[in-house]
Design a protein around this ligand. Structure first.
Ligand code: ZN
Length: 213
């Protein structure tokens, strides 16, 4: 939800750090007409680590924009919150590769938000053992070498395994894998294309990310 934090930028404001960028906080909120106003705010955690690296900062800001776009409204959002907080934590404090954390976050948020791709088997013939598998961005389906259509993107077995892990693993194990740099780069391109296509949205923070890389 969007809420105003009146006076949050003034030095004396107690709400200051709790309403700063990349703060995870508790809020007491007042509703007046159609607008919400933050009455009280206490900070749980501020992800300071993001500020030292411009790539990390740009990805962290992108996660905030994903929250604003995909975050469920007027309902609890435990898994969504966990994904975003874990991603911020691992990227800023544990210095995990921001491109990999970005890919995990993009694909898992798609899965939570009703855009889960179907990565079990070829969507035409049902084969799941075929060596060469392709992914279709427009319908989130897999397709094998024999059934392949135009615009399908070839997946290495490492990238396909990573995508399956991101979509189907328990949240506890979501981040517990690593893949080589070249596969991260291929994975990240696919997850980004997929989330942009499915949301039909242009994320300005994503443009910023590409401009600083
Ligand atoms: Zn097939």
């Amino acid at each position: 939800m969007r809420a105003f934090a009146t006076g949050a930028k003034s030095v004396k404001s107690k709400r200051g750090s709790a309403t700063a960028l990349l703060s995870y906080s508790n809020f007491n909120i007042d509703k007046k007409g159609d607008t919400y106003k933050i009455v009280e705010a206490t900070s749980n955690r501020v992800f300071f680590g993001a500020g030292s690296d411009v790539t990390v900062l740009s990805v962290a800001q992108y996660f905030c924009e994903l929250c604003a776009f995909f975050g469920p409204q007027d309902e609890t959002a435990h898994e969504f919150l966990r994904v975003v907080l874990n991603s911020l934590y691992l990227m800023t404090e544990k210095k995990r590769n921001p491109a990999l954390i970005k890919a995990i976050t993009e694909l898992r948020i798609c899965a939570i938000s009703g855009y889960a791709p179907d990565l079990v088997a070829c969507s035409v013939c049902g084969d799941y053992r075929e060596n060469a598998m392709y992914f279709m961005i427009d319908n989130g389906a897999l397709i094998c070498e024999n059934c392949k259509k135009e615009n399908a993107i070839r997946l290495s077995s490492t990238v396909l395994d990573a995508m399956r892990h991101i979509v189907y693993s328990d949240i506890e194990n979501l981040y517990s894998f690593n893949i080589p740099e070249k596969d991260i780069s291929a994975l990240e391109k696919i997850t980004e294309k997929y989330i942009v296509f499915q949301s039909e949205h242009r994320f300005s923070t994503l443009d910023f990310y590409h401009s600083v890389r």
